[in-house]
Structure formats: C-alpha cells, structure tokens
Design a protein around this ligand. Structure first.
Ligand code: EPS
Length: 388
C-alpha cells in the first residue's frame, strides 16, 4: 500500500526519497517534515557532521497547495557537506587521483560490501552504508506520521539505555521532557550518567550503543493479520526496526522478559466492556500492543538495540583490502553515540509500517474515503451485544 525508496550517498549532492500510496487530500508541509528532520539531527554524542547540516526535505512532487495529490511524493534533502567532497564524490570522472580507502572497518559494511560489489575502494560501499541515509527515511516517515495523526495515532520514543546506563521503567512518560533531554531519556536521574558514558567513550576514542523504546498510541484493533507470515504486524515492525543501521535486536512488549515467567503472568487480561467509547481494554500491556500478528488496540511498544558505532577514532586492528596485511581500521569523522537520533528514526520506520497497515485495512484514494471506512469499521468492533 505504502512503499518508499531512498537514494543518495553520505557525501554526494543529496538524498532523494520517493513515497507512494498516501491518499489524496492529506495536509502536509515542508515545515512539518522539517520538525522531524531537526529532531533526528539532535542528540548528545553526535559528531561534526551535524554541525554542517541543517536538514530540510524539499517536496518536489505529489503535493499541491499544502495537500497530497495521491500521486507519488518525491523529496530531496541537500547534503551541505557536499561542497567539500565534489572531487571525491564527483559523478563524472576526475583528472586527479583520489586516494582509495583500503583499511576495512570491522562491524561496518566495508568488507562484505566491497567483496560483493567487486570494488577496490571501500568508499564505494561506506558512502551508501552511512546512517546519513536515515534522513531520507525520516522525511518519508514524517508524512506517514501526518496520516496517522489524522486518526488520533501518535508516536514517541525514548532512550532506555546508553553505554550500559539504564533508565528506570516508567509507565507515564513525559514526552516533552524526553524531547528536551540531550539523550532523549525520560529518567532525569540517569541522564548525566548516560552523557558521562558518551564522554568517557569519546575520550577513549571509542563508541557506545543502547536500547530505544518506540511507542505508538491510539491504534485501532486489527491492523496486520494472523493469516500469513508477511502480513503479521509484529514481523513487519521488527523488520523495519532491524533495518536501521547498527540495530542488532528488536523486541515487542515484554518479549525477552516474558520467557522466564508463566503464561498466567504474561498475558493481558481483557476487561469487561461497559460502553463502546473504550472497548477492549486490558489490565496490562505486556504484549506491547500486538496479538496474533495484529494490533490489540493497546499502545504498540517496540524496543530495539543499537550497537556501538563501528567507526572508532581509536581503531580496531584490521586488514588492508589490497595486501591482506595487518593494519589499523580506517577512521573517518563519525558519531560517538547514535542512540538519541535512532529513536527518531525508529519512530519514522514504525510510522511507515503502521501507515501501510492502516491503508491496507481502510483503503481509500482520498483521506475522506479512508476516514469513512475507518469510522465504519470502528463502529463494528465492540462486543456483539452492542451491535445493531
Ligand atoms: C550521519 C552522517 C554521517 C555520520 C553518521 C550519521 O556523516 P559523516 O560520515 O560525514 O560524519 O555522522 O553515520 C554513521 C555514524 C555511520 O556509521 O554511518 C547522519 O546524517 O545521521
């Protein structure tokens, strides 16, 4: 239903994103998308690149007079840093010899990418493998978020851990506080420790990772489906989060914690329904808002783990691509910690999956048609005794 593709190298002229499947008539603006672009650029532990860029998505097509047309939406994002890389990243051949990168970074795409595509210069891989590409995802995700917002669905994220420092689990998160936190953490008691973990790693020429939680509230019951593996909403969420650079694990609800408990301690008891305005409430939400591959009507809660970035100022021993000899891995300016921006990227990916599942369920070529279908369905999802 909703599909998107991105293009662009980290130090090329810019990024491009093509998004298809949005219904016509949805209000959208570059300023709205810009809010998400700015959120992604923030965060303690970012490197020098974010001081150069001021990411804005420029809408090229698919929007007229502030509303979507139903046609493909395309956007470009300028790489301000490109002016410093015009020879190294030139589309046309250049006269001068450009120094190749041959010292492989363990943990990045360098070795498998260079072998797979038959390159003699690791730059041909690292430019596209760079997390810079996530700026394009966030632009697409912002439009998906705008669609969901029309139906009362809101997305948030917060850092649960950074560099081994864990936030306490809180049921009532103050999202404004998270947005103001340099590490996007809801627990101010550990914020300074998280920042210190980043500082210490930076000092040592090292990097740190962490865990992020994405929450989507206001979801209708029944997005996704139990009938086929690739229609299951939890599987789709997991793939979308796992595709974020440096992500190494995903869980939904109490995923990992639940394995040590008994069934009676894990499942979310369904409460009796008094009226139709809030049908199917649960005493708990351990399932993280999905059951049987469908949304349960409770908030979606997904966690994902970001490993420490593999570009290290104090590099690991590695091997030279040309000679196979022992060398130190390549170092190029990078971030010390990507956990705070990864939260914003995670929201964008989850928004894209949910918008896709939403359009699959409700369809419609115009937002009004989608709204009518949504209202019709929502009037049918209570207990049988409420049915007309
Ligand atoms: C990033 C841009 C990149 C990196 C970072 C994310 O820019 P540069 O390579 O010029 O510093 O800062 O990418 C990585 C950490 C990575 O491992 O790829 C961005 O826009 O988010």
């Amino acid at each position: 239903m909703i599909r998107f593709l991105t293009a662009g190298e980290s130090h090329g002229e810019g990024l491009v994103v093509l998004l298809e499947g949005m219904p016509a008539g949805l209000e959208i603006s570059e300023n709205y998308i810009g809010i998400e672009m700015t959120r992604r650029q923030k965060g303690y532990g970012r490197g020098g690149r974010m001081e150069i860029e001021q990411d804005m998505a420029h809408i090229v097509s698919g929007v007229r007079h502030g509303r979507t047309l139903g046609s493909p939406i395309s956007m470009t994002i300028e790489n301000k840093d490109w002016v410093n890389w015009t020879d190294i990243m030139s589309v046309e051949p250049v006269a001068e010899t450009i120094e190749r990168i041959t010292r492989l970074r363990p943990g990045h795409a360098d070795l498998p990418g260079t072998m797979k595509y038959g390159y003699s210069d690791v730059r041909n891989v690292l430019e596209r493998a760079s997390a810079r590409e996530t700026a394009a995802r966030v632009a697409a995700g912002a439009i998906a978020r705008r669609l969901l917002e029309e139906f009362g669905i809101n997305l948030h994220s917060h850092s649960l851990s950074i560099g081994g420092v864990w936030a306490s689990n809180s049921a009532n998160i103050d999202w404004d506080k998270v947005e103001k936190s340099p590490v996007r953490c809801a627990d101010s008691a550990v914020e300074a420790d998280m920042m210190k973990a980043i500082d210490d790693a930076k000092e040592a020429g090292d990097t740190v990772g962490g865990v992020i939680e994405v929450v989507a509230e206001g979801l209708p019951i029944g997005l996704g489906s139990h009938v086929q593996w690739d229609r299951k909403i939890d599987g789709r969420i997991a793939q979308s989060l796992m595709s974020i650079p440096a992500c190494k694990a995903v869980s939904i609800g109490d995923g990992w914690e639940s394995v040590n408990l008994r069934g009676s301690e894990v499942h979310d008891v369904i409460e009796p329904v008094e009226d139709l305005s809030h049908p199917w409430q649960r005493q708990t939400n351990r399932s993280g808002g999905t059951e049987g591959g469908m949304t349960s009507g409770m908030p979606l809660v997904a966690r994902f783990a970001i490993k420490p970035i593999s570009t290290l100022r104090n590099p690991l021993p590695s091997v030279d691509l040309d000679t196979g000899a022992l060398v130190q891995a390549h170092y190029e300016r990078s971030d010390v910690c990507q956990v705070p921006p990864a939260g914003v990227i995670g929201e964008a990916m989850v928004a894209l999956v949910l918008a896709d599942a939403f359009m699959e369920k409700f369809g419609g070529d115009s937002i009004e048609e989608t709204r009518a279908n949504y209202r019709n369905y929502m009037g049918t999802v209570g207990p049988r005794k409420f049915k007309k």
